[in-house]
Ligand binder design. Sequence first.
Ligand code: NI
Length: 135
Amino acid sequence: MIVLSRKISFAAAHRYYQKSFSEEENERVFGRCYTPHGHGHNYVLEVSVQGEVDPQTGMVINLVDLDTILKEVVDPLDHHHLNFDVPAFVELVPTTENIAWHCFSEIKKRLPKGVTLHRARLYESDDLWADYYGP
Ligand code: NI
């Protein structure tokens, strides 16, 4: 078994807002992230896949296929306002944790047989990231 990791970056805007909270609660809980029009980040998604090395290709997963999968998952987020443009985040607060979970789920269902998703790590910035290991 070996773990292969690949990074892909995207830019997106978000806002932290919980519909079930009052405006005051939202502001108190989320602080500056509550700002009504949101703000942007340059996210970096780091994906680690695990599997056996194919003796003929020397790869765990064909890198072309992995890049295609990552592009499919990240394109709908790139240069979008997550709260408004991405159905998954209309109700779900687009935190680093939840975006990591979302990317993990979307990648997992696209991986070929025999390749498992070990981890999705999402960097919101150099000093903030979330790791999701499944399920
Ligand atoms: Ni933010």
